[in-house]
Design a protein around this ligand. Structure first.
Ligand code: NI
Ligand code: MN
Length: 222
C-alpha cells in the first residue's frame, strides 16, 4: 500500500484500487499535483463540504469516472453537479466499493457547501490487508478509542494545524487513543494560520508509534 501526501488533507492511497481523499489541489498553495495529473483514481472520498476538502473532488471524479463517496447530502450534491457514480453514506455505516470497505466515522467539526449544509466525517478505509483512518477535520474525542477497538486502523492520518482542528497537544492524545502503527500528520502549514511543527508530535510520541512526516508529493509505503 502506497500512501502519497498531496498537501493539506489530500492523500492518494494506491493498493488494489486507488483511493483519493479530500483532493484540495488547484487552490492549495502547497499542493504537489494538479487535478488533471490524476488519471488513475477509482474512488474519491470527501470528509465534508468545506472548500479545502471538497476542493477538486467533483471534477476529478467526473474525469476519472470514479466513485464519489461522501455523506448523503454531499454525495447527492456531487450527483447534481454531474458525478455519475456516487455512494451516499453516513456515520457508523460501512460500504464495499470494489472490494474496499469504507466506514464513515464521526468528526467533531462543521460542514457546508454551496446550497447545502451537513455534518463532518472521517473514514476508515480497509483494503483487506491494511487499513487507514483519515479523521477528516476534527478535534480529538474519546470515541477514537471505539474506532480503534472496532476497526483497528494501522495507519492514522491526523490533523495537527490547530485553530480549525486539533493541534499537536490533542493529536498526541489521539495517538494514545488510537494506538496505530503509523501516524501521518496533515492539515498544517498550508497557510500561516495553521502553521505547526510536526516534529513536536514526533518527539512527543517517541518510538511507540512511527510518526511519518511527509512533504507534499512524498509517499510512504506500508
Ligand atoms: Ni473543515
Ligand atoms: Mn479543513
Amino acid at each position: 500500500m502506497k500512501i502519497e501526501f498531496l498537501g493539506h488533507s489530500a492523500f492518494r492511497i494506491a493498493a488494489q484500487k486507488t483511493v483519493l481523499i479530500d483532493p484540495f489541489l488547484s487552490n492549495n498553495p502547497r499542493s504537489s499535483v494538479k487535478p488533471g495529473d490524476l488519471t488513475d483514481i477509482d474512488m474519491v472520498l470527501v470528509t465534508h463540504g468545506h472548500g479545502d476538502h471538497l476542493g477538486d473532488a467533483i471534477e476529478i471524479a467526473k474525469n476519472n469516472d470514479a466513485v464519489f463517496v461522501a455523506m448523503y447530502e454531499l454525495a447527492h450534491y456531487a450527483a447534481s453537479k454531474g458525478v455519475k457514480q456516487f455512494e451516499p453514506m453516513n456515520i457508523g455505516g460501512t460500504i464495499d466499493v470494489g472490494g474496499i470497505k469504507i466506514t464513515m466515522t464521526n468528526a467533531t467539526h462543521s460542514s457546508d457547501f454551496e446550497g447545502g449544509a451537513g455534518h463532518s466525517a472521517g473514514f476508515v478505509v480497509n483494503f483487506g490487508d491494511h487499513s487507514v483512518y483519515h479523521t477528516g477535520d476534527t478535534g480529538v474525542f474519546y470515541d477514537m478509542k471505539l474506532i480503534s477497538e472496532l476497526y483497528n486502523p494501522e495507519v492514522a492520518l491526523l490533523p495537527i494545524g490547530s485553530r480549525f482542528t486539533m493541534g499537536v497537544k490533542e493529536a498526541i492524545k489521539a495517538v494514545e487513543l488510537l494506538d496505530p502503527q503509523v501516524v501521518i500528520p496533515m492539515h498544517y502549514s498550508t497557510y500561516p494560520a495553521i502553521e505547526q511543527d510536526p516534529q513536536e508530535l514526533k518527539r512527543a510520541v517517541g518510538d511507540s508509534t512511527h510518526v511519518v512526516i511527509l512533504a507534499p508529493g512524498e509517499s510512504f509505503t506500508f
